[in-house]
Design a protein around this ligand. Structure first.
Ligand code: AMP
Ligand code: MG
Length: 396
């Protein structure tokens, strides 16, 4: 049985990044560039003023002085005539520096009266000018493949005039719940039945990771039903099943996956909760079999499936931030397995403080609602004391 780290390594080593598609720029937010993007032109496009003020020859007033105001240049306009010596052009932020001028004096340092401007400060060439190509040069690969697109990258792409962006494809994730006890939300809850919440929970987690859920519904605890649904699920990029992989009498998922030529890397992971978490591949396609327990299925999705989906969609950073946090109170733990403990996280004086988000038994879904982190406690550890430092994955 692999450890937590071993299982995650097996998974991440076996999934590969998906191909490329071009999408409209706003659909590219949060996705990952699949090709290098080079600058089609210099930025700034031309020398321009960083301030509202006066463009002039610095040599005309190195220590300040008085100049005739010879023109007005708003943003969006440009001048072709050279600025005459001894004169200044009133200029608005962003406007191209007129020929001849080599400095801008901001309004705040001037006083204008009767067509003359009085410069109250020393001036040297280059003052308050943003130079052509100073930020980005034509041909420079500003956005390499693998870049995650945030508003700042969208800003750069937009200023390159690019409206369709090459990004890695979104992963299609088939989601199958299994169990005779399940009814879908909205259906009659007769005695012995429970609502299939896992399909929607996992779909929500897929959406949050940036993927596209493909809802397969419920397979019943028999081979025929499982065979049909699992075969359908193998048409997606990834297949996730929930429940039916423990050692129970009705747990056929294992057999049917084998029939469908899914070669299994492992059936269990040495963690708590989430021990019955399995992973296999069919022609390179990942198949995750998660525990049926709603808390365990979301925790194992978080720690094992999400990183894999992110890698498939081209992300380089696939793990949530792991921070060191101080325990506000002690935690119970038996030595033996890595434990995932749902914790509430606070920030105080630049430190993270955590405490149990509630009852840790996997029957308590509410505890997950109150959690903003998962404390990952090493296998060998026993009970922990208040004040100890622990590793916490920030999930929120
Ligand atoms: P199993 O892995 O089949 O032993 O199921 C473990 C527990 O999870 C049982 O209490 C099931 O009723 C529950 N469970 C299984 N599948 C789902 C589901 N799709 N939605 C909510 N609970 C589930
Ligand atoms: Mg079951």
């Amino acid at each position: 049985m692999p450890t937590f780290e071993e299982a995650r390594k097996i998974i991440l080593d076996s999934v590969v990044t998906l191909g490329m598609e071009k999408v409209e720029i706003l659909s590219a937010v949060g996705r990952v560039l699949a090709e290098d993007v080079a600058a089609p032109w210099d930025m700034p496009l031309w020398d321009n003023t960083a301030m509202d003020g006066y463009a002039l020859w610095a040599a005309d007033c190195p220590e300040g002085g008085s100049l005739k105001v010879a023109g007005f240049l708003p943003a969006g306009d440009h001048m072709t005539d050279e600025v005459e010596r001894g004169t200044a052009v009133k200029i608005m932020t962003g406007a191209p520096i007129p020929p001849g001028a080599d400095a801008v004096v901001p309004y705040e340092e001037t006083e204008e009266q009767d067509g003359q401007v009085f410069i109250k400060t020393a001036v040297k060439p280059g003052d308050h000018i943003r130079f052509k190509g100073e930020d980005v040069k034509t041909g420079e690969t500003v956005l390499p493949a693998g870049t995650r697109l945030r508003p700042s990258e969208i800003s750069m792409l937009a200023s390159f005039g690019k409206l369709f962006i090459p990004v890695h494809r979104k992963v299609h994730v088939a989601i199958l719940s299994t169990g005779d006890e399940l009814v879908d939300p909205g259906e009659a809850l007769t005695p012995g039945k429970i609502i299939n919440s896992n399909s929607l929970a996992l779909a929500a987690a897929v959406v949050q990771a940036g993927g596209i859920p493909v809802m397969l519904g419920i397979a019943r605890d028999n081979r025929e039903s499982l065979r049909e649904k699992l075969a359908e699920g193998l048409r997606a990029d990834v297949l996730i099943t929930s429940a039916g992989v423990s050692a129970g009498d009705c747990d056929y998922v294992r057999d049917v996956l084998a029939e469908l030529m899914v070669s299994q890397a492992f059936w269990k992971i040495d963690i708590k909760p989430g021990r019955p978490t399995a992973f296999g591949l069919r022609d390179g396609k990942p198949v995750f079999s998660l525990p049926g327990n709603p808390v365990s299925s979301l925790l194992t999705f978080e720690e094992f499936v999400r990183p894999a989906l992110l890698k498939m969609m081209g992300h380089r950073r696939v793990l949530r931030p792991m921070v060191k946090a101080t325990l506000k109170e002690g935690l119970r733990k038996k030595p033996g397995r890595v434990n995932f403990i749902r914790v509430a996280v606070e920030q105080e004086n630049g430190d993270f403080l955590v405490q149990s988000a509630g009852k840790q038994d996997t029957g308590f879904l509410k505890t997950l609602l109150l959690a903003d982190g998962i404390a990952v406690i090493p296998a060998e550890r026993g009970d922990l004391n208040a004040g100890e430092r622990v590793n916490v994955h920030l999930i929120d």
